[in-house]
Design a protein around this ligand. Structure first.
Ligand code: KG4
Ligand code: ZN
Length: 344
């Protein structure tokens, strides 16, 4: 998409949870900058995201993060043709910071502003590096806030097949890490400490839905994990901790892939996508790839930085919508929405 032969630029903003991020993308999807300022250190003492602290930190960070994204991309605000911002789902106080900031920029510079769904943006990240993935694609989204399965029958069509009924996969990892006082966020800590462990050493019974639903549940695994910790007197420095963490991590991975396999039988996709922060997990990536290969399907997992919350994925979905010619409502009407449901 060119205007008078000139490349066009889009500035995307993401503040739905605990990362303040801004990214500049050219119309050919080249990521000119993708600045992500994590708030991990702020939330670490609490073992989870504290919404009030998150929104206050976004307020402090948004201006410098946007400035840096422009500086790294080598453009000025005047050179931005479109703005995009995560509209939801997420923490309402955090979302409002990004939405208000983006609205102000779009209004002042008289440019269109697109409101983007965070979960859909996670899926779009897979297309950034693999633009010609065959459809239908079955997408597994695993993050700290979401664990869902979607089928993408066409580009920009996202059909929900199942979601977690309690904790998200990342949340379960974060909570067990917190229970053992291992640090926050729990997923990467568990991955590191579990590396030398034996994933077969502690038995976990995987959750099973009694109906035909493709929903997930992690509360049973979490309760079982806490019981094992107590019964075996496991703690931070216990010699069997790596075995326990490897077994728990493997149980989370098996739960995710079991549902993916069931969904795959129903949907008969041509490709499989793995997206969201937990998609950084090595065990999950390896097993997911093996499952896709065994099923003879193409697959895509974004590189690490595009898995965790970032604004480039938001910008990528915005460009796809612009190219599809979807109507862009007035930026005055755009509002943050804590639940999923923005229209595409
Ligand atoms: O997508 P994301 O950045 O934020 C949400 O939208 O929730 O995901 C954050 C989640 C956290 O629960 C974190 O523990 C998990 O992703 N995570 C990982 C890894 N890196 C991040 N989980 C397992 N292994 C990792 N390497
Ligand atoms: Zn996310």
């Amino acid at each position: 998409m060119r205007y008078n032969g000139q490349a066009m630029h889009l500035l995307a903003i993401e503040t739905s949870c605990d990362e303040t991020s801004a990214s500049v993308l050219r119309d050919d999807r080249t990521i000119l900058s993708n600045i992500v300022l994590s708030q991990d250190e702020i939330h670490a003492p609490y073992g989870g995201v504290v919404p009030e602290l998150a929104s206050r930190q976004h307020l402090k960070s948004i201006d410098p993060v946007v400035r840096e994204s422009l500086a790294v991309a080598g453009i000025e605000l005047d050179g931005v043709d479109y703005f995009a911002v995560t509209q939801g789902p997420g923490l309402i106080g955090s979302l409002l910071v990004g939405v208000s900031f983006a609205k102000g920029l779009a209004y002042y510079h008289r440019k269109p502003l697109l409101g983007i769904d965070h979960v859909q943006a996670h899926m779009e990240a897979a297309f950034l590096e693999n633009p010609v993935l065959p459809l239908p694609a079955l997408a597994l989204i695993v993050s700290g806030g979401h664990t869902s399965l979607f089928v993408l029958r066409r580009r920009l069509s996202f059909e929900l097949l199942g979601r977690t009924r309690d904790d998200a996969a990342g949340e379960a990892l974060d909570k067990i890490a917190k229970f053992l006082d291992l640090g926050y966020p729990g997923g990467p800590v568990i991955q590191r400490l579990a590396e030398p462990g034996d994933p077969e050493s502690f038995a976990f019974v995987l959750p099973r839905m009694t109906d035909r639903s493709l929903d997930f549940s992690f509360s049973g695994l979490k309760t079982a994990a806490i019981r094992i910790v107590r019964e075996n007197g496991l703690s931070k420095d216990h010699p069997r901790l790596p075995d326990f963490l490897a077994s728990f991590e493997a149980a989370v991975v098996r739960t995710l892939l079991k549902n993916l396999a069931r969904a795959s039988e129903r949907v008969e996709p041509k490709s499989l996508l793995l997206c969201g922060g937990v998609a950084r997990n090595k065990r999950l990536r390896t097993r997911f790839e093996a499952a896709a290969r065994a099923a003879g399907l193409e697959w895509a997992i974004p590189t690490g930085k595009l898995c965790t919350d970032n604004a480039a994925m938001v910008g990528a979905l915005a460009w796809t919508r612009i190219e599809a010619g979807l109507e862009i409502p007035s930026s005055f009407d755009l509002d943050a929405s804590p639940r999923s449901g923005s229209k595409v």
